[in-house]
Design a protein around this ligand. Structure first.
Ligand code: FUB
Length: 359
């Protein structure tokens, strides 16, 4: 462990686009059970840098992972997330789950995004007509989170950012779902440090409370925007992602074990649309199911129990007929802002419901 942490420190200042490889631990190997040691369902995918918020995709038959790149900056830890002060993205790839992981080096830096101020948070990616799109949240120069897009001819970058953020975008955690009919949708939003509570009136309210309402009013919703054909704009107004309880009523803000907090992801299974997300301060990954990508979605249950660390952030993909969930915890560092990504299999029951994972 000491050796890998020394390597981590050395790699954090690396700004060159240099490929390095690290061998993946077997996905299901539990950590050695010495007295008092914690056991983990799976091991970190890489240890040469700290990584979080893994958005995974299969491109050209390989698995590409678009994570945040966590670094130590000395910023104070607070509910606004100032301690997550990331400056760049590294893209990772692997031939299959359990094979060695390639770190493709720096793919995009905050200094190369013309409109950006600080904090490159959880990204996602998509592919269409020969171009790869990297979607990223970053605070603009007024300290308001916006979502930007950058393009490349390669899934591993380097990516070139557009001159301005996506018009009408705000908050954090973009996740792009491309349906089988060719339509693409971006899901986004996050509470507290993600600033979603500041957009309740439709425009940014710098004086809004730092947290969402905690009473029995409908919970604040994630947002969804259909993407235009060029994948760089919203094609129409951004909508609420409605999540209902079993009686068809919207989840309440006080229902903190089920309401949306951040880190939305959409996948399709057997013709149904699964919207999954983090409950933030109650530390769960949960999901809701709908009949179309625009919702509404009905809450169904817990995907993952709390990980080590404040919370986790996930993506779900199918690889060669099996489903996997990529997520993060803090096994390598023990610090909430220095995380490491992992993967484990996602299993379902015959009715399509997801089996709860204990990480
Ligand atoms: O990595 C920064 C933020 O932490 C992400 O945007 C959230 O989803 C949480 O994982």
């Amino acid at each position: 462990m000491a050796a890998s942490l020394a390597l981590l420190a050395a790699c954090q200042s690396t700004e060159t686009k240099q490929e390095t490889t690290a061998t993946t631990a077997p996905a299901e190997a539990p950590k050695a059970d010495s007295a008092g040691a914690k056991k983990y369902l799976s091991e970190p995918l890489i240890s040469n840098i700290y990584t979080a918020d893994p958005s995974a995709h299969v491109f050209n038959g390989k698995i590409y992972i678009y994570p945040s790149h966590d670094i130590e900056t000395g910023m104070p830890e607070n509910d606004k997330g100032d301690h997550f002060a990331m400056n760049d993205y590294h893209i990772l790839s692997m031939d299959s789950v359990g094979s060695k992981v390639t770190d493709h080096g720096v793919a995009l830096s905050v200094k190369d995004i013309p409109w950006a101020g600080r904090q490159l948070w959880a990204p996602d990616a998509a592919f269409k007509s020969g171009t790869y799109y990297l979607y990223f949240p970053v605070k603009d120069k007024q300290d308001v989170f916006r979502i930007g897009v950058a393009t490349s001819t390669s899934p591993s970058g380097p990516f070139k950012a557009e001159a301005t953020p996506i018009a009408g975008s705000f908050s954090i955690d973009p996740a792009v779902f491309q349906d089988t009919d060719g339509n693409a949708y971006m899901y986004f939003g996050g509470l507290w440090g993600g600033q979603l509570q500041r957009w309740q009136k439709g425009t940014y309210d710098a004086n809004a409370a730092e947290k969402e309402p905690s009473t029995d009013v409908p919970a604040l919703s994630a947002r969804m925007g259909k993407l235009s054909a060029d994948m760089k704009h919203f094609d129409g107004p951004v909508q609420d992602v409605k999540i209902l309880d079993e009686a068809g009523k919207p989840l309440l803000a006080s229902d903190t074990k089920r309401r949306f907090f951040e880190g939305g992801w959409l996948h399709k299974y057997n013709g149904k649309y699964y919207f999954s997300y983090s409950t933030g301060d109650t530390h769960l990954l949960v999901y809701a199911v709908g009949d179309n990508p625009t919702g509404p979605f009905t809450y169904k249950g817990v995907i993952m129990q709390p990980v080590e660390g404040w919370t986790t952030h996930h993506s779900i993909i199918e690889v060669k007929g099996k489903w996997y969930i990529f997520y993060h915890d803090t096994q390598l560092s023990g610090k909430t802002w220095l995380r490491n990504i992992k993967v484990t299999e996602l299993k379902r029951k015959a009715d399509g419901s997801i089996e709860t994972i204990v990480p």
